[in-house]
Structures are given as C-alpha cells and as structure tokens.
Ligand binder design. Structure first.
Ligand code: PXL
Length: 282
C-alpha cells in the first residue's frame, strides 16, 4: 500500500484540511500519515476562531520519523499557518523526502480574490517558496494570481488560464492544476498543465451556482489519492471534479449549516467504487 504524509492544519470544526484529507485518502486505499501544522477551534472563516501554531513540533516529528527510516510515496501540503512555518515545512521535506517521493502542494491561502483571515501580504511570497519545490501544485485562481503577482480577475477565459498555469509552472513546478476554472456558464472544474511536455488538459463538470467551503481541500486530497493509485494527473483531476460535485449534490442545503463544509461522507462510497474501477496500482 502506498504511504503519504499530509502536512496541514487540524480545523476542529468545519470540514477542511486534515479532517477531509484523512478520510478521503484512506477511502482511496492509501495510508495517510499526518503532520498537523496548527490546531484551530474552527477554520478561519468562523468568526472568533482560536489557533495554536505547531511550528515547533515539525522538526521534532521529522527527527523522529528519520530515526524510523520511514518511506513516503508522497508528501502533500495544504494550509500552512504562518510565514516562519514555511521554512519549517521546507526543512521537513528535506528531512523526510526520499528521491522518489512526490511533492504535492496545495497553496491553500486564499479564495474569491482575498487571502484567508490571519495572513498578511507577505504570505504569498513565502508560499511561492513551497510551490517552487512541488512536483504537482494545485492552486485556485486567486492563489495562482497571488503566487505570480498577476492581478486577480473573476472572468477567466482559456487564454488567461493558460497564462496562469505557465506562470505558476515558472516558479519551478513540473505539473500544475488550476481549480475553479469555467469556460462555459454551466460548467466548472479544473485545467492542468505539464511544463515538461507543454501539454494542457481540462476536467469539467456541471456548475452548481453556490460556493462551498473546503471543496479545494477535497479536490487536492482526491488528486493525491488518485496519483498514488497509479492514475494520471488528468484522470485524478477528472475523478476529483466528479467527487467534489457528488459531495455538493449530497449536501442538504441547510441555511443554518454556515461554514460546516460539504457532506462528503455521503459520497465516499462513490469514491471507493470509482477508485476500484480506475486504480492501476496497489
Ligand atoms: O479550506 C482551506 C482552509 C484550510 N485550513 C484553514 C482554513 C481554510 C480556509 O479558510 O481556514 C485553517
């Protein structure tokens, strides 16, 4: 069985980051070790959240894992809590990575044109250093703009998406998947780019006219699981679009649900079935 480590926060309430990565990756038949970067009472869209940054713990976890000689097929990072923590995450890669470990970076820091609460304007440049190490980066449009100093635009046509993909790749990334891309009013999904071959793909599904918290994390976790099960990036992205849509469809639109995230639990059986059909490796 493939083993990965996912490096991101635990938001105790509000499905996102590790509370979705762990069940999704497990359901896909991949062992998921975790490295919590911070513990938050709830994710940062909840007013009044409290957070404990776990930066100090990262070198200690890395040192212990080095002693165990443990091998990871991938390291997958999401939300990183602060600028100083970025260096600790880079050091963590150096300590724990083997030559064949895939680095998957979701630069989770912003959406809808704005940084998440708690990040200053210096954060995107710090995150760009993590992205520069990635084999695969999975930014949304806002993150791709912030990482590359590109003015944010809501209307993204195919030309602008290609420009963003190339600019993120120019940070040093081999393959980039841009999420939240729509080229037709009723379609939404992702567009990918491989800088080694200069090729693009799109993975689109039905557009649901609403925005749900944590779906970027579900997308990234599904892509990670798919890659670990031997699927191509294009197949993994198509599966991630399909699963995110199934999660949204499964979510009862409770007006009191607020920021609790999509009811992905109801769609996990579909994900398990699709992985059984598509997986090429144990
Ligand atoms: O879903 C991305 C995410 C992850 N972790 C924390 C967040 C967010 C988005 O707001 O606040 C703590």
């Amino acid at each position: 069985m493939k083993r990965i480590a996912s490096i991101q926060d635990i938001s105790c309430l509000g499905r996102c980051s590790l509370t979705v990565a762990l069940p999704v990756i497990s359901a896909m038949g991949v062992e998921c070790a975790i490295v919590p970067t911070a513990v938050l009472s709830a994710h940062t869209a909840f007013p009044g959240f409290v957070s404990r940054d776990l930066t100090d713990q990262l070198p200690a976890i890395a040192a212990h894992w080095q002693q165990q000689n443990v091998h990871f097929d991938a390291l997958y990072t999401g939300y990183i809590a602060s600028v100083p923590q970025v260096q600790q995450v880079l050091d963590f890669f150096d300590a724990v990575k083997s030559p064949d470990t895939l680095l998957i970076v979701d630069p989770a820091m912003a959406d809808h044109g704005k940084l998440y609460a708690g990040f200053g304007d210096d954060f995107p440049a710090a995150m760009a250093r993590v992205v520069a190490r990635a084999d695969v980066a999975l930014p949304n449009i806002t993150e791709a703009c912030l990482l590359t100093g590109t003015p944010y635009r809501e209307d993204v046509d195919e030309g602008f998406a290609r420009t963003l993909l190339q600019r993120v790749a120019a940070l040093g990334v081999k393959q980039v998947v841009l999420t939240g891309v729509s080229f037709a009013p009723d379609r939404l999904g992702a567009m990918g780019y491989d800088s080694r071959t200069g090729t693009y793909f799109t993975a689109q599904g039905r557009r649901v006219p609403a925005s749900f918290h944590g779906t970027g994390d579900i997308f990234a976790a599904t892509v990670t699981g798919g890659l670990m099960r031997g699927m191509t990036l294009e197949q993994s992205s198509a599966l991630a679009v399909e699963f995110v849509l199934a999660c949204i469809d499964a979510t009862a639109c409770d007006p009191h649900a607020g920021w609790y995230g999509v009811e992905f639990e109801k769609a996990l059986p579909l994900l398990c079935r699709r992985v059984q059909e598509l997986a090429k490796s144990e």
